[in-house]
Design a protein around this ligand. Structure first.
Ligand code: 5AD
Ligand code: SF4
Length: 459
């Protein structure tokens, strides 16, 4: 979500004459978009800002701003902690950003804007045509905030209540991105399954149907879903929406019913497993990924064993796992029986090692198969896979199931222009690595851009 917010900010600053730079010394405005989900992210944000002190001394004219969730949480406190910051803008203040920057430059004042509003105000600039995008894959926010109040989580306090964007605005933004070369969108929200419910707009599945109709768009992803709200209607969408990717990220957090209850997740391990079974019945081969927190207050060895048992039962394609950290306002910070850091670290490593074996096993099962890959760019690092000829470009993309595939091309581009980027090509998988697959593309029978989805590819 922060990546997407930063993108909004960039699109709003451009009409004012600003350009992006990766060189801090060249910047007139430095905006740090922060994350507060775990303690470490917050520490990183403050230490980055601290390092800007010398630059601000040399160039007092630059505007330094802190935005996002830490800014929302800390408000004017940021000025006390980091005196060279000029602007603090909360998660709902982005539409007001250009005006605030202009004022700071004019008046050399400081501004903190952490006002929250119930309605999503659409910055006009996000609906302006963009130049051809660098990447064919883009995030699109469909809702913000969260009403779930999981005991460990800061999101409801820093992003506010659930609020959905109007489908017309979402569709207009996606159409504009597609016109600029985007081929895949990931619809974003803290809990996409409750999209539109409060405002009585349309259901999330209905929104997916509308997005599926956009011609020129090839793939649709979404994140994140709460297991308790995953409806049969959404599961059914996997049967008939041809652009919907075969991947579901469904954070479970723990495999222990006792801990799930303390976390206020409002489902049991068995209910979670039943949802996965339904998803697999509707979409055989769908990749399932999840999030876990280790060392939640009161988590015992037995609770952790339940988590490993769940991982084995489900057979996830991949997981993200995090060490629990106390967050401001989140009730779990006042819970007893905090788990010592050394145990949390041991559990995290054990979980990751356990999952790594499952991931590699699943990846190995794909060796020899031909997979449709949406090409995102040239691959950044050499995979070191056997048989890679050094002078060949390595391309990188993802399968519908969200597996990263690096590959080389045998033959020329067959009229696909300068680049493969944005095309879906067939790659024969030759090697499974721990976080990616490697293969070659011998057949540039790319799916024609006119065809609607990937089913036509199989045909
Ligand atoms: N400590 C550790 N991990 C957390 N997450 C959310 N809050 C915390 C916290 N206080 C994790 C959850 C969530 C992911 C985005 O971050 O696993 O799904
Ligand atoms: Fe946080 Fe729970 Fe909301 Fe996810 S569903 S953002 S974990 S409160």
């Amino acid at each position: 979500m922060n990546v997407n917010d930063s993108d909004w900010i960039f699109r709003m600053m451009k009409p004012l004459g600003y350009q992006a730079t990766t060189v801090l010394e060249k910047a007139d405005v430095i905006l740090l978009n922060t994350c507060s989900i775990r303690e470490k992210a917050e520490q990183k944000a403050f230490s980055f800002l601290g390092r800007l002190a010398a630059l601000k001394k040399r160039k007092p004219g630059i505007v330094i701003g802190m935005g996002g969730c830490v800014a929302q949480q800390e408000g004017e406190n940021v000025f006390r902690r980091v005196p060279h910051v000029d602007l603090v803008f909360g998660t709902h203040a982005i539409p007001r950003l250009p005006r605030m920057i202009e004022r700071i430059i004019e008046k050399r004042c400081r501004i903190a804007d952490v006002k929250m509003s119930q309605r999503i105000i659409e910055p006009e600039a996000i609906q302006l045509p963009v130049e051809a995008e660098q990447t064919p894959c883009q995030f699109v926010t469909i809702m913000r905030g969260c009403d779930n109040f999981c005991a460990y989580c800061v999101v409801p306090y820093v992003r506010g209540r659930e609020t959905s964007r109007h489908p017309d605005d979402i569709l207009k933004e996606i159409q504009m991105l597609v016109d600029g070369g985007v081929r895949e969108v990931t619809l974003l929200g803290q809990n996409v399954n409750s999209y539109g419910k409060k405002e009585d707009l349309c259901s999330f599945s209905e929104l997916l149907e509308k997005v599926n109709e956009i011609s020129g768009l090839r793939r649709i992803r979404f994140t994140t879903s709460h297991p308790k709200d995953l409806s049969d209607e959404l599961i059914d969408a996997f049967r008939h929406l041809d652009k919907l990717c075969h991947h579901f990220h469904l954070p479970v957090q723990s495999g222990s019913d006792r801990i799930l209850k303390k976390m206020n997740r409002r489902y049991t391990k068995d209910q979670y497993i039943k949802k996965i079974e339904k998803l697999r019945a509707a979409c055989p081969g769908i990749a399932i990924t999840s999030d876990f927190i280790v060392g939640f207050p009161g988590e015992t060895d037995d609770d952790f064993a339940d988590t490993l048992a769940l991982i084995e039962d489900v057979g996830f394609d991949g997981v993200f796992a995090f060490i629990y950290s106390d967050r401001p306002q989140a009730p779990a910070r006042d819970f007893d029986s905090k788990v010592p850091l050394s145990i949390k670290k041991t559990r995290l490593q054990a979980l990751l090692d356990f999952q790594a074996k499952i991931t590699i096993h699943k990846n190995k099962a794909l060796v020899g198969s031909n997979l449709a890959v949406l090409v995102e760019g040239e691959s950044k690092k050499q995979t070191g896979a056997q048989g890679v000829e050094n002078d060949l470009i390595q391309w990188s993309g993802r399968t519908s199931t969200n597996k990263i595939v690096n590959f080389t091309l045998k033959g020329d581009l067959n009229g696909l222009g300068e680049s493969l980027v944005g095309n879906i090509v067939e790659v024969q998988i030759q090697k499974a690595l721990s976080h990616s697959l490697w293969g070659t593309c011998q057949n540039l029978r790319a799916i024609s851009p006119e065809s609607k989805g990937e089913k036509s590819y199989a045909a």
